[in-house]
Design a protein around this ligand. Structure first.
Ligand SMILES: C[S@@+](CC[C@H](N)C(=O)[O-])C[C@H]1O[C@@H](n2cnc3c(N)ncnc32)[C@H](O)[C@@H]1O
Length: 303
């Protein structure tokens, strides 16, 4: 599918995500989100989500590979994962026999549609939230045994505040050069600079030369800053930290943004050649591909 067609296919979904995030960024909700930790908020919503799950059960509207809402901490929109599979094919040349790593796979949003395409390849999904991984192991792997999932006990103030290891010290449990594609969807949006840089080095290590990396992120350039100034952005990255910005000074990992000009030099330090960025709609741009900014790169040689 050409990029223009991808753009059209993603447009409605992008607008829905933008509207949902803008609602969450309203003054009162921001305050609530800032002072009530993520998992406590989830616990508060759980009775409501369970009621919706019951309604789904009665209506018979949910298939076996759609997680129940009360478990879905990653905030899936129906059909959202397919958008990324199209990007893997169109922007990264993904083939059905490729070996793929989904770092921060959540509760299988991308794995499910990818399983229909990766018919001769294999997939590894890793995440720091055990409940999501357990759901994937129980529901996706039995149907698609080439798709494996594992929990990693890594700290993230938002998602895994009890994690034992720092992302900046975590070695991905794979050999050098074993993957054709590594992707991280909305994961670097929750990582601070030293963690992100270490993950980039690990992505590079496990990619084969010529392999591709795709990640989504929030990038600041003049246009994104103008969007924030004029209230068009879904996030207000007003708090500066060393090497990044956040919208939440209490739990910075809630949403982290990076300077766009730092992307190519960072990737270049780890033998990853950056392609031109596909900017997203999150900051209020009128021309965009998806919701987040999409960065793709190619592994050039051994690190
Ligand atoms: C917004 S969710 C996106 C999940 C999934 N990629 C998707 O697109 O549905 C962010 C995910 O990043 C994961 N995450 C956060 N920090 C991580 C880390 N250091 N290593 C791996 N995953 C991490 C979270 O547990 C969460 O599942």
């Amino acid at each position: 599918m050409a990029t223009e067609a991808l753009k059209d296919a993603a447009a409605e979904l992008t607008q829905r995500k933008l509207a949902a995030q803008r609602r969450r960024s309203s003054w009162a909700l921001s305050l609530f989100r800032r002072h009530v930790p993520f998992w406590w908020r989830r616990a508060l919503y759980t009775p409501y989500l369970l009621a919706l799950d019951c309604a789904d059960l009665v209506r018979g509207g949910r298939n076996a590979l759609t997680p129940p809402r009360y478990l879905d901490f990653a905030g899936n929109f129906p059909g959202a994962g397919q958008e990324y599979v199209d990007y893997f094919k169109d922007l990264c040349g993904l083939q059905p026999n490729h070996r793929v790593l989904d770092m921060g796979c959540g509760i299988g949003r991308v794995a499910v549609p990818l399983a229909e395409y990766l018919t001769a390849g294999s997939y590894e999904g890793l995440d720091i939230v055990p409940s999501g991984i357990r759901w994937c192991q129980k529901n996706i792997t039995p149907k698609y045994p080439r798709f494996r999932f594992q929990t990693v006990d890594v700290y993230n103030k938002m998602y895994n505040p009890g994690g034992r290891f720092r992302s900046a010290d975590y070695r991905f449990p794979f050999s050098d050069g074993e993957f054709d594609l590594v992707f991280l969807i909305s994961v670097f949006t929750h990582l601070l600079p030293s963690d992100l840089e270490h993950y980039v080095s690990e992505v590079s290590r496990v990619l084969r030369p010529g392999g591709k990396c795709l990640y989504t992120t929030f990038l600041l350039d003049d246009e994104a800053r103008q969007g924030m100034e004029h209230g068009k952005s879904a996030f207000d990255f007003r708090y500066k930290l060393p090497g990044c910005w956040t919208s939440d000074p209490v739990t910075p990992e809630t949403a982290v943004a990076y300077e766009e000009s730092t992307v190519a030099p960072l990737l270049g330090r780890y033998s990853l050649k950056a392609d031109p960025t596909h900017f997203g709609a999150w900051s209020g741009r009128t021309s965009y591909l998806s919701y987040g900014d999409i960065v793709t790169s190619t592994k050039t040689s051994s690190p």
